[in-house]
Design a protein around this ligand. Sequence first.
Ligand SMILES: NC(=O)c1ccc[n+]([C@@H]2O[C@H](COP(=O)([O-])OP(=O)(O)OC[C@H]3O[C@@H](n4cnc5c(N)ncnc54)[C@H](OP(=O)(O)O)[C@@H]3O)[C@@H](O)[C@H]2O)c1
Length: 257
Amino acid sequence: MATVRDAVGGVQSVLVLGGGSDLALATVRRMVADRCHTVVLAARHPDRLEGELAALRGAGAATAESVSFDADDVTSHQKVVDDVFARHGDIDLVLLAFGVLGDQDNFDHDPVAAAAAATTNFVGGVSAGLAVAGQLRAQGHGTLVVFSSVAGVRVRADNLVYGATKAGLDGFASGLSDRLAGTGARVMVVRPGFVHSKMTDGMDPAPFATTPEAVADAVLDGLRRGSEVVWAPPALRLVFGVLRLVPRPVWRRLSAR
Ligand SMILES: NC(=O)c1ccc[n+]([C@@H]2O[C@H](COP(=O)([O-])OP(=O)(O)OC[C@H]3O[C@@H](n4cnc5c(N)ncnc54)[C@H](OP(=O)(O)O)[C@@H]3O)[C@@H](O)[C@H]2O)c1
């Protein structure tokens, strides 16, 4: 089937893996306002998204549905993704948005919980990402947007497990982007800093804290430009360019709690 991007390049169909994500939903709302007509939210509890789906239909989406998806159940990923592509024929954009933050103080004493977070954030991302990549390659177009994090750019001692999972996911997504070169399918890596969302509820904001709506704007801008990496807010690119170079003993002091 031919590409369904409209004449001005807008996204017309989107699948979200981690369909309840505040960052992904803010992005999808922007896309529906911009004439995206098909939305599939894949989530652990699809029934909890009825209100969101109704709002998306009210905002103009012709099709807005939820399907069951568990990032930890890697054996199910190919089928979930294949079913969505088979039912809708063509998907312009897939947001890989699931993730858990966890608490490093707990992880220090609970390696099993740490491994579970790594399974969700990294192992699930690898499996779901490859399932999506196969479909995008087959249709010859489309973009996979992977929500990484600045936490993976230089891993902090006080956020060790989460940061390491994001470093792994970021590396996977960047390599996948190279592997898909020339196929028409693309990967865009998004590296937000601290964003006010369910994930960070009750936490003290970090410097450069931002909103899901601002991240959505950065994602849409990145898609329009054909960017491979998006920082949200954009100033974090420069900040982390410097932080990457900070000598290890200084970084150790900065990132310990
Ligand atoms: N918020 C930030 O400051 C920030 C910064 C940098 C990067 N990020 C990344 O951006 C992405 C979106 O984060 P967010 O802020 O939108 O957080 P969020 O609102 O908490 O969304 C995360 C979503 O992941 C889903 N999820 C967790 N485990 C899952 C599993 N096993 N299977 C399926 N879904 C699962 C959650 O589902 P339930 O609704 O069922 O819990 C939730 O809907 C995440 O990858 C996060 O790591 C966030």
